[in-house]
Every structure is written in C-alpha cells, then in structure tokens.
Design a protein around this ligand. Structure first.
Ligand code: GUN
Ligand code: FE
Length: 462
C-alpha cells in the first residue's frame, strides 16, 4: 500500500535485506524475478560468505508478504481488560475499569506478565510497530521497553503523565512526574540503546494534566530535540465540555495542546472524533497525526471519526487498537471496523451523491494500518511500506495456513486458467489478487500470520 488506496502487487520479486552494518535492517534491493540469492547479495557486499545469506521463501499458492501493521495507539497496561467494559462510557470507564488496573502494574511481577503477553499477542497479529502507553510508573515503563527490545518489536514507549483529576492512588506530583519522565528518557538513551525503541512523551489527556505539567512537557520535547508525543483528543462530548471548563482561556480542546507546544509533527492524537473545522486546521498546520480507533469508539459509544474528512484536508491518519477501550489488539480487526464505521457515516449522509465518498475501501484502510500509521507517527521515512532504504518490517500471510478461516476454492485462484472440462458446470470467473486480499481482510486472523520480521529479524513464526 504505497499510497492511499493503491495496492501494489509485486508477484515475483526478491527482496534483499541487510543484516549488518550501517544499513542494518534495511531493504537494499527489490529485484524482479527469482534469483540466485548468494550472487544477488554479493552484488551489494562482495565479501559475503554463502552461509551468511539467509533465504526466506515466501512464495506459495496463497502466500504473500505484507508490511507489518503499525498500531498508533495502544495501552499495553490495559491488556488484561480487553473485552471488559460493559456499558461504560469514557469517563466512568476510566474510573471503574482502567485506573485500578493501571495502578496494579507498579508491581513488577504483574507488569512483566501483562507486558510479555501484550507484546507476544500484538506480534502474533502482525504488529511490527506500536505506540504504547504504559502507566505512570517509571520502573515498569522501562520494563515494557526492555520486553519490546528483547522480543524484537519496534516501539514508541511512553510513561503516562498525570498530576490531577485522578484518584489519589494513581497520580504523581508535577515534579515527580517530570523527574520520572527524564529517568525513562535516560534509560532508553544510555542503557537500552536499541534504535527500535524510542521514547514518546505521554500527557494522558488535558484533564489529567496541570498547566505547569503541559508546559514543562512541551519544553522537554523541544529541549531533547523534538521527542515524539502522544495523547488523547476530542474522544467524547462529555470530555470536551470538561476540558472547556478546565481551560476556559483556550478556544478549543486542540488549542490547549497548541498553547503548550504539544502540537508538533511528531505528535499523534488519538480519537479526534468531535473536531471542529478550526481544530482540524490547527492539526493540519502543525502536521500532527491522528490515530483513528474505531473499535474503541464504537465500544465506548464515543462517536464516529470522520476519517474521509480528515484525509481530504491532508491530515495524516493511522489506526489504533486503543486496547482496552478497544477490545482487540488485532489490527486487522480494527481495520475492518474502520471500514464499517465509514459505511455508517455514508448511511447517515442525506445527500445521495456524497454517500460513497465517506466509504473507505479495503486498500485504503490497509494503507491506514501500515504506511498511514507510519506517517502519523512521523516514521514513514523508515517504515510502513516495502521500499529500498526502508526497514524490512513484514508479515508473511498464508491464506491456506492450518486452521485458516479463509476458504479459497480452486476455481477462485487468479492464476488458474480454468479448464471447463465438465461444460455442464458454469463457474464464475476467477478472482483477482485484489479479491484475495479482500478475503484475507474480512475473514483472516492471526492464524494467517505465519511469520513476522522487524528490521529483518524474525520475531514470530508458526
Ligand atoms: N482518555 C484518557 N485516558 C484514556 C484511555 O486510557 N483510553 C481512552 N480510550 N481514552 C482515554
Ligand atoms: Fe487510548
């Protein structure tokens, strides 16, 4: 999905990935046709010994490499609550389900169990990059970073910042919060030193943060040479009213982040369901990204994000599972929900001529799940699609893997020229590759993910 709506199908190519040196993890060549791997790799590094060339054969009847999914918004700490939300809406969900769970992760053994599980599960579902919210606890945030690093997942890891409007048992003072942020930053920079794992400043959302905290976080991002930033924005109407009352000096919710220099091209804003035109303009001008979280927005009855409206304005959009506002860490399921929500917006459109415009196609939502997400995180120079010079972050999809939920009939295969030997049987025409992708999209799941690579390194296989 090299651009919005485009499916680029390269049927018989060989992809060369460097596993050492300055371009480690990068795609160094994409060649037409099958090859002699050793000879081809030696064109790029003549000192290469034959046994240093690793060959992964992704060819097969119904198999293909697809770019790894980019989950632009996931609360690793909330994974045990996936599916547990009842009839709650955002603000009572936070108090009832979320804060008690996040607070429990200050215990290292609880945090380890949860973080190991969520990293394993997201990788098994083809997520090669995730922008994670951890908790307010610095030590367990470091643990999450360690686990991502050792399991070979690319991640932005954020210690959650909140110094107000949360229970006594789950809040820091402004000073402690900033100090702990700096501790996490120096751990990543001085100790872990894994280029796959980057910090992301994480003011939870405006209501959780004092003006002083927001101000200092904006300064910290600039002082450290423009750090990634993630937060929530305009998820529900109730939340928006609350922000208006907390920050009466700001014209809109989005202006709160702008005022404190938190709206940058490295900022990703989760939800953005109820933006005004002015707010969309601010986001566009700042080149911030939007994380569309449709399973969460439907589950918590937050609303429907007008993705087409954002895309039409040139705003960068990716997809987020938002576990556990969202019930699944499977990005394919989230992409399906994005597809359906766009159709709900279409059904609401009174003007017949504009109806179809709201609909997001399968290739479009797959773009949002990959390169769109990379753009929203300002990481598209490195990841999101298969291009020479980008990292090889990939999933090998096998539509015929054991237990697969995707059934493909022999006569549906695009390459098969059907010989109608029995001319009493009239068969429909064979499917296209795009049809096969659609079958995967609607009926596929983790059983079809037979391998996952980040920076050329295997991190999951079945
Ligand atoms: N707004 C503030 N915190 C949260 C959270 O944990 N999840 C979601 N979906 N929205 C939030
Ligand atoms: Fe969230």
């Amino acid at each position: 999905t090299p651009s919005l709506g485009q499916l680029r199908n390269r049927e018989t190519v060989s992809v060369g990935v460097s596993l050492t040196g300055a371009d480690k993890g990068n795609i160094v060549f994409i060649k037409e046709g099958s090859v002699d791997p050793v000879a081809d790799c030696r064109e790029f590094d003549e000192s290469l010994a034959a046994e240093e060339v690793v060959v992964v054969d992704g060819s097969g009847e119904a198999a293909f490499f697809f770019p790894g999914f980019v989950d632009t918004h996931i609360h690793a700490s909330q994974y045990p609550n996936a599916g547990i939300f009842g009839n709650s809406t955002l603000l009572n969900w936070l108090e009832t389900y979320t804060f008690p769970l996040e607070a429990a992760l200050e215990h290292a053994e609880v945090a380890r169990e949860v973080y190991e599980a969520v990293v394993r599960r997201t990788l098994a579902n083809g997520t090669t990059t995730a922008a994670y919210f951890a908790t307010i606890d610095a030590e367990s945030t470091k643990l999450l970073a360690r686990i991502c690093s050792s399991r070979n997942q690319r991640a932005l890891v954020g210690k959650v910042c909140m110094d107000q409007n949360s229970p006594d048992y789950y809040r820091e003072t402004t000073e402690a919060c900033l100090q702990n942020c700096r501790r996490v930053l120096s751990f990543l920079d001085q100790e872990l030193k894994d280029p796959k794992i980057q910090p992301i400043l994480t003011p939870r959302f405006a209501p959780s943060c004092s003006r002083e905290l927001l101000l200092k976080l904006g300064q910290l991002s600039q002082d450290e040479g423009h750090l990634h930033i993630q937060t929530h924005l305009c998820e529900t109407n109730e939340e928006i009213s609350w922000v208006k009352s907390l920050f009466p000096e700001c014209e809109t919710y989005t202006h709160v982040y702008e005022r404190f220099n938190l709206l940058t091209r490295k900022t990703v804003l989760a939800h953005c369901v109820h933006l005004t035109d002015d707010e969309a303009r601010l986001i566009k001008a700042a080149e911030s990204g939007v994380s569309h979280c449709p399973t969460s927005n439907s589950s918590l009855t937050s609303g429907e994000c007008k993705v087409r409206w954002l895309l039409d304005q040139g705003i960068k959009v990716g997809l987020g599972t938002d576990v556990s506002g969202g019930f699944t860490c499977n990005m394919l399921a989230v992409a399906r929900q994005a597809h359906l929500v766009s159709r709900h917006l279409a059904m609401r459109e009174q003007n017949q001529k504009l109806r179809d415009h709201w609909k997001l196609s399968v290739p479009e939502v797959l773009f949002l799940a990959t390169l769109g997400g990379a753009q929203a995180l300002d990481m598209d120079e490195k990841i999101g699609s298969f291009e020479v010079g980008k990292q090889f972050d990939a999933q090998l999809i096998n539509l015929k893997s054991p237990g697969s939920n995707v059934d493909i009939f022999a006569w549906q295969r695009p390459t098969l020229h059907i010989n109608h030997a029995n001319n009493r049987v009239r068969l429909p025409p064979g499917t296209t590759n795009e049809d096969l992708i659609a079958k995967w999209f609607f009926n596929g799941d983790d059983r079809n993910v037979s391998g996952v690579w980040v920076a050329g390194n295997p991190c999951h296989s079945t």
